[in-house]
Write a protein that binds this ligand. Structure first.
Ligand SMILES: Nc1ncnc2c1ncn2[C@@H]1O[C@H](COP(=O)(O)OP(=O)(O)OP(=O)(O)O)[C@@H](O)[C@H]1O
Length: 645
């Protein structure tokens, strides 16, 4: 294999090595990486005005978030982006990682080659502010599943275990490797350890560049210091570029930075060696007082004081002078000169790199491998969560005693007709509702993890949703079987096994439909509470309008009749009615009042063609459930991946 080093400073065998068995980890290959940011400007659109005016009527305001940001970073450096709240730190990382929502101009170069989303996905890892981890897995399991999703398909189990153990040691997680992550209800590892797990996940891919947004937020100062020390070691020993944003670093942390970028309202006030910062500002007559943390002093210096107009004017003028001074400084000119000089170099390796890029995306690990990894991870997560597990298995069964006690054995007299209708109505509604409730408890955390991993390019919406559907299927089948077995036989519905199977199949489909509908709404709305209320309204309105148990559909106004054709409950209702009332013998009273001699007379009145349409209706129910699942995939694809912090 060729071992020449391209002009991009990436050995060709590094690229090729990723697809060779056992050689996907390039730790032993010394490479110099550069990351250059040249005159990056970032503009976002904001809609102004009350929401009820809608997207079209609200005025659009363009906001300049970053202006002419320039940075030149080399491997082995730990760089911090400092600045007050809203100064553009996160936006700068978003632009570098090619994840910005708005319009970006200027250039970002990776090893002197213009950075594209493909390059960013392969060589950069982005640790967002929030830890999105499954609470019921241990640290090692979390990393193992992540490795299976991230590493190339030819990585063996041994390779994966080795890599996982390595990052566990690297991030100082050995003592909690077998502990659960934990969450809001179950206590698990500490906040600092969760941050380390999140970083460790990104390190699995052995990125050349590690971007971290506020890695120390929410941590006490000791934990924050030890985390930054680990990142410093990572940069210095592994030769990575580590770029992080940080709020109020204590002075010991400040000393660990090799370089610092200071931002104020999207403009650079300083970019250079951390050790030169005090001298630079002293020469501008802003001397950091003795015994003052330089980071605090510089962040204050770069912030606008908005307490009153006078102070705002003063601080804005000071910032204008500082920005101008930095723009005219040799420090800035050297950075720009260095970037331009580097990018002018001939780069024969670019085409090779460009050709290879498509082959080494993480999602190129096979569809089935991703699907089974997700399936195993989701199943383990639900098995470990006692509440979710019990609720999935037995929540539907909780309704059984109520139904059985309330209705008892139905018999065949005239009043049993109404009891049957009530039972069938409840049978169609309850499973769908219970499924929606189960989804609300479990899906949001999986969805947020999907958003993060999908943004990292690990798998698609289809793989995720298919894995979700497959992992709930055994629970859905079990809880339906338990519910139907008791309700059906205790209440004494038609005793033939064929009828029981028809009844159970419809309950299974409705149970599944409720879950899929709920997932669809959680794809459309970020807020799970909003999704739940919408799911409840849709399911009750559908059952009310289309099932025919509360009101004969034929007697409704035409618009409702047409709408019923597009509703799964119409077909499910017809099947349940035909299944129960066809060939059912009823007894009449002795006082000669109106009497239905058998179930078919009831069907003739309310569901005239239900028996003939059984097969068609079964196909319709199957089709509706499948089509709703396809709609979920479409909704997730259209909605895209929100830029979660
Ligand atoms: N997509 C967007 N839509 C609207 N405004 C945005 C968007 N992205 C960034 N901004 C605005 O740009 C400014 C900088 O945001 P950014 O999140 O980068 O700041 P920050 O320095 O990271 O702040 P903090 O330290 O508080 O997280 C803010 O005023 C923010 O509201």
């Amino acid at each position: 294999m060729e071992t020449t080093t391209s002009a991009l400073d990436i050995p060709v065998n590094y690229i090729l090595g990723r697809c060779t068995f056992g050689n996907w980890d390039d730790d032993d290959e010394p490479t110099t990486t550069t990351l250059s940011v040249l005159n990056v400007c970032y503009v976002v659109k904001e809609r102004v005005g009350p929401w009820w005016k809608g997207a079209c009527l609200r005025r659009i305001r363009h906001k300049l978030v970053l202006r002419d940001a320039c940075m030149h970073l080399k491997s082995g450096q730990l760089t911090a982006v400092l600045g007050g709240s809203g100064s553009g730190k996160t936006s700068l990382l978003d632009c570098i990682a090619q994840r910005a929502d708005g319009t970006v101009s200027g250039k970002v170069y990776f090893n002197n080659m213009e950075c594209t989303p493909d390059i960013a996905q392969i060589y950069m890892s982005y640790v967002m502010q929030a830890d999105r981890l499954l609470p019921n897995l241990t640290v090692r399991e979390t990393l193992r599943y992540s490795a299976q999703l991230r590493l190339p398909g030819n990585a063996s189990n041994f390779d994966i275990e080795e890599k996982v153990s390595k990052v566990i040691i690297e991030m100082g997680l050995r003592h909690v490797a077998e502990s659960r992550i934990g969450g809001g209800i179950v206590r698990g590892i500490s906040g600092g350890e969760k941050r380390r797990v999140t970083i460790a996940i990104q390190l699995l891919q052995n990125p050349k560049i590690l971007l971290l947004d506020e890695p120390t937020s929410g941590l006490d100062s000791f934990t924050a210091r030890s985390l930054i020390a680990s990142l410093q070691t990572l940069a210095h020993q592994s030769g990575k570029i580590v770029l992080l944003t940080i709020h109020q670093p204590r002075s010991e942390i400040f000393k660990m930075f090799d370089k610092v970028a200071l931002l104020s309202r999207g403009q650079m006030v300083y970019f250079g060696e951390a050790s030169q910062m005090v001298a630079y500002f002293s020469q501008l007559n802003y001397r950091c007082p003795t015994y003052t943390n330089p980071a605090d002093y510089f962040i204050d210096l770069a912030s606008v004081d908005r307490r009153d107009n006078e102070r705002q004017g003063e601080t804005e003028e000071r910032l204008r002078v500082l920005v101008e001074a930095y723009g005219n400084s040799m420090l800035h000119k050297d950075v720009v000169y260095e970037i331009i000089e580097d990018t002018m170099k001939p780069s024969t390796g670019r085409q090779i790199l460009a050709q290879k890029i498509n082959h080494f995306r993480p999602q190129n690990s096979s569809f089935f491998r991703s699907l089974f990894t997700l399936l195993r991870r989701m199943t383990l997560n639900v098995f470990r969560d006692r509440t979710s597990y019990l609720s999935r298995m037995f929540l539907l069964s909780l309704f059984v005693p109520f139904i059985c006690i309330f209705l008892g054995h139905l018999g065949t007299n005239q009043t049993s007709v109404q009891d049957r209708i009530g039972l069938l109505y409840q049978s169609s509604q309850v499973p769908a509702f219970v499924a929606a409730l189960n989804a609300i408890g479990l899906f949001p955390v999986l969805r947020d993890l999907y958003y993060r991993e999908c943004r990292d390019g690990l798998y698609s919406a289809t793989t995720f949703l298919l894995a979700y559907l497959l992992h709930i299927l055994p629970f859905t089948i079990f809880s339906t079987a338990t519910f139907c077995s008791v309700v059906y036989w205790v209440t004494g519905l038609q005793p033939q096994s064929e009828n029981f199977l028809h009844y159970s199949a419809i309950i299974l489909f409705l149970h599944l439909f409720g879950e899929i509908m709920s997932v669809l709404l959680m794809g459309a709305f970020m807020n799970p509470a909003l999704a739940t209320s919408n799911a409840s309204i849709i399911l009750s309105a559908s059952g009310l309008m289309a099932s025919g148990f509360l009101r004969n559909v034929e007697k409704m106004i035409p618009i409702f009749q047409w709408a019923a054709w597009g509703n799964i409950f119409k077909y499910a209702g017809e099947i349940l009615a035909a299944n129960e009332f066809h060939n059912l013998q009823l007894t009449c009273g002795i006082n000669g009042t109106f009497c239905l001699p058998n179930g078919d007379s009831y069907l003739k009145l309310v569901y005239p063609d239900a028996v003939e349409n059984m097969t068609r209706n079964f196909w319709a129910v199957t089709g509706f459930t499948s089509a709703t699942f396809l709609c979920v995939i479409v909704v997730f694809k259209i909605r895209g991946i929100p830029n979660l912090s």
